[in-house]
Design a protein around this ligand. Structure first.
Ligand code: HEC
Ligand code: HEC
Length: 230
């Protein structure tokens, strides 16, 4: 508690310094495309009103900072340190407030409800098991196995690129908890190897081998009994 208190005091005292270094980070990493004034231009859209959730989603998944304008980059993990990300978020939202704040998520939601909501709202694009799927043309909805619960909630609220944005009326906080919990539960399933009952993998083949040996041994012993003189 004491340490947390000290940390809050530190943050309050250093807020102007945080914003000043956030401005510098923004200018070196983002301004060439999004503009000094955040209004965008030919190289990138405006970040005014993008909101903390959108900035966080782009930076935590590593989609941003892009190296080349308009070349799509998928999930590759954060390219900046967490401290830099926090400074850029603080700076962007202080210059251009508004947009969606970073959602708070409770994991351990109802997986059964989550599955239903997923089927209704996400499956058509991301596929049955969240492995990703084609959504027509050359467009692709990515796998969901790399996304954290917070990133799932951020995507739902901001609707990146071709993904629709879901309002609180469409999916409320409880719905998001359930869907996000369900989506991350799919990662565990995807990581668990399936038992090869129906395939002709090593287990059935080995079994057949032993059955064959067993039959031969049994047959040989019957044969030798039959040959034994009475
Ligand atoms: C090389 C150019 C470039 C740089 C550098 C860059 N961006 Fe972007 N950014 C883009 C383009 C182009 C888009 C449009 C979507 C796309 O191509 O993925 C975009 C989209 C975004 C979006 C989504 C906004 C929307 O409405 O679509 C956010 C948020 C964002 N960038 C934040 C940042 C931040 C923060 C930085 C610096 C850390 C940064 N970007 C650096 C080019 C750039
Ligand atoms: C119309 C198709 C569509 C629907 C419906 C849709 N998505 Fe998406 N989703 C996309 C596309 C396309 C992207 C990639 C956006 C980008 O690269 O900026 C995406 C990105 C994401 C990501 C980021 C994945 C990562 O690791 O980077 C998450 C998480 C996500 N969607 C979750 C969901 C959830 C949960 C739902 C349902 C509530 C949903 N999506 C509904 C098309 C869709």
């Amino acid at each position: 508690m004491f340490a947390a208190g000290l940390f809050v005091m530190y943050l309050a005292a250093s807020a102007p310094a945080l914003l000043a270094s956030g401005k510098l980070d923004y200018e070196t990493r983002c301004a060439s495309c999004h503009g000094e004034d955040l209004r965008g231009g030919v190289n990138a859209p405006s970040l005014r009103g993008a909101g903390a959730a959108y900035v966080d989603f782009e930076l935590q998944t590593g989609r941003m900072p892009a190296a080349v304008p308009w070349i799509e980059v998928g999930h590759r993990g954060p390219q900046l340190t967490q401290a830099t990300i926090a400074r850029i978020e603080a700076y962007v939202t202080s210059v251009a407030p508004g947009g969606t704040p970073i959602p708070e998520i409770e994991t351990g939601g109802n997986l059964h409800r989550g599955r239903e909501l997923y089927d209704q709202n996400c499956e058509s694009c991301h596929g049955n098991d969240g492995d990703g799927a084609s959504i027509g043309g050359s467009l692709w909805a990515p796998t969901l196995h790399d996304a954290s619960v917070t990133q799932v909630a951020e995507a739902i609220r901001v609707g990146p690129e071709e993904m629709p944005r879901f309002s609180d009326r469409q999916l409320n906080q409880r719905d998001i908890n359930d869907v996000a919990s369900y989506v991350v539960s799919l990662d565990v399933e995807a990581a668990t190897p399936r038992i090869p009952f129906s395939s002709s993998g090593p287990v059935p083949e080995g079994l057949l081998g032993w059955l064959a040996v067993g039959t031969l041994v049994a047959g040989a012993s019957l044969f030798s009994r039959a040959r034994r003189p009475m």
